[in-house]
Design a protein around this ligand. Structure first.
Ligand code: COA
Length: 217
């Protein structure tokens, strides 16, 4: 694969990034996609971190991107720690499996460490992340919604080794993704893009299994 560069996203990139995101996510997790609407709204959300929005560019074309919001961990005393949560992360289909996604993660983690962040947590398909040091939330005592609930898809990556050791935590995500519950708004936004067929793909069933299960022991 030819040489590509990673740089900060600028407002001129917004539409291209939304188009890329729509194409990369289309039919992967549900028939159609809402991730392009999510990022469109996310950029105006108070939890969005513009310093950590990066694109991968090849010959003037954006072929990958990563975006982050703030999230929080609450310990047993109720004290909150600000952490990171990335997503969406995507790579154009024809460039997937060439380590562009890994490079976007590594690049942004390096900048994030410099900003003082020591933990990233996000929901995702474990197969995409476990090779890069992400572990089940259970291994780091991070519960979600109810103490002792460890979703299979909730993955923890310490940017600083052992940053979470010695405590029990509750994960508190940003509300940035809540906008996607407004399906009429998602549809209206999507109507501004070229028509695309919605259909079933097996990855949707895989996602259902991951997103409806927990690690129990
Ligand atoms: C997930 C995604 C960002 C990965 O980007 P990428 O550049 O293809 O990933 P990399 O080449 O860095 O892959 C690193 C590892 O991730 C895993 N991986 C990546 N894509 C995978 C896939 N489709 N199926 C299974 N494992 C995959 C593999 O272990 C891979 O290592 P390997 O190629 O040595 O086996 C990209 O496939 C994508 O945009 N997918 C659609 C959108 C999406 O699902 N985003 C993530 C939301 S959770």
């Amino acid at each position: 694969m030819s040489e590509y560069s990673i740089r900060r996203e600028t407002p001129e990139d917004y539409r291209a990034v939304e188009e890329l995101t729509r194409e990369a996510f289309w039919n992967v997790y549900k028939p159609g996609a809402d991730e392009h609407y999510f990022i469109h709204q996310m950029r105006n959300h108070p939890d969005f971190i513009p310093e950590l929005a990066f694109v991968a560019e090849l010959d003037g074309r954006i072929i990958g991107n990563i975006m982050y919001t703030k999230a929080w961990l609450e310990d047993e005393t109720g004290t909150r720690k600000e952490i990171l949560s990335f997503g969406p992360l995507c790579v154009a289909r024809e460039y997937q499996r060439h380590k562009v996604g890994s490079a976007l993660i590594e690049h942004s983690f390096g900048i994030a460490r410099g900003m003082g962040y020591d933990v990233n947590i996000n929901f995702g398909n474990p197969g995409n992340y476990v090779r890069r040091g992400f572990v089940s939330c259970k291994k780091k005592n991070v519960s979600f919604a109810v103490e002792g609930n460890y979703p299979t898809a909730l993955l923890v990556c310490e940017l600083v080794p052992n940053a979470l050791d010695g405590k029990k935590w509750m994960y508190i995500p940003s509300t940035a993704a809540d906008c996607c519950e407004d399906t009429a708004a998602v549809e209206a936004f999507d109507a501004g893009f070229p028509p695309k067929e919605k259909k079933w793909m097996p990855s949707q069933e895989e996602f259902y299994i991951y997103s409806h299960s927990s690690v129990i022991r």
